[in-house]
Design a protein around this ligand. Structure first.
Ligand code: NAP
Length: 163
């Protein structure tokens, strides 16, 4: 199953200068607990932003570059077709596509579930979530985030499944 997992702020902003535009530890915790034990599939720029392979997860990177340019143990796929084949070869696995925009855009016809964090705030951004036709998806869950000193925004976690 292919699952998109991302956080967006006003205007669909997801990235700025190769990083997340915000510091929201509660969303990082959600990312970690949701993906641990499963597979993360990241574009090369997003993978670079992690700084290292994510522990306790199968790390798949999408890049035109050779596998030898990435850390040992990382699976490198060279095309979206290769990602689709990987998903077909792992039908029982939860495959979390964790961005960035290039991957989200290219795999839109293939995604089964959407796990979205919406942050009710303005941030500068140079990378946005591609448009999603939400009429094709039904909401299956929602959790309101706790606003506190460390997470000083209103935010909500939602899950959608393809109808
Ligand atoms: N808010 C969030 O939830 C979230 C999630 C993820 C990322 N982000 C942010 O988004 C930004 C990065 O996103 P991005 O869209 O610029 O980059 P990206 O999708 O992470 O990575 C782009 C790279 O992926 C590879 N790639 C993409 N499509 C490919 C294809 N069809 N075949 C082979 N390789 C392909 C290419 O790597 P090569 O150049 O190596 O060939 C390309 O340069 C950062 O600011 C990051 O922090 C935010």
């Amino acid at each position: 199953m292919l699952i998109y997992l991302w956080a967006e702020s006003h205007g669909g902003v997801i990235g700025y200068q190769g990083r997340l535009p915000w510091h929201l530890p509660a969303d990082m915790h959600y990312f970690k607990t949701t993906t641990t034990g499963h597979t993360v599939i990241a574009g090369a720029k997003t993978f670079a932003s992690f700084g290292r392979p994510l522990p306790h997860r199968v790390n798949v990177v999408v890049s035109h570059r050779a596998a030898s340019e990435f850390p040992a143990g990382v699976t490198v796929l060279n095309s979206l077709a290769a990602v689709r084949q990987y998903a077909a070869d792992h039908p029982q696995d939860q495959l979390y596509v964790v961005g960035g925009a290039q991957l989200f855009n290219g795999l839109m016809p293939d995604v089964d579930r959407l796990y979205r964090t919406t942050i009710d705030a303005d941030f500068p951004g140079d990378t946005r979530m591609p448009a999603i036709d939400y009429t094709q998806f039904a909401k299956i869950g929602e959790q309101v985030g706790v606003r506190d000193a460390a997470n000083p925004y209103d935010y909500v976690f939602e899950q959608f499944e393809r109808r």
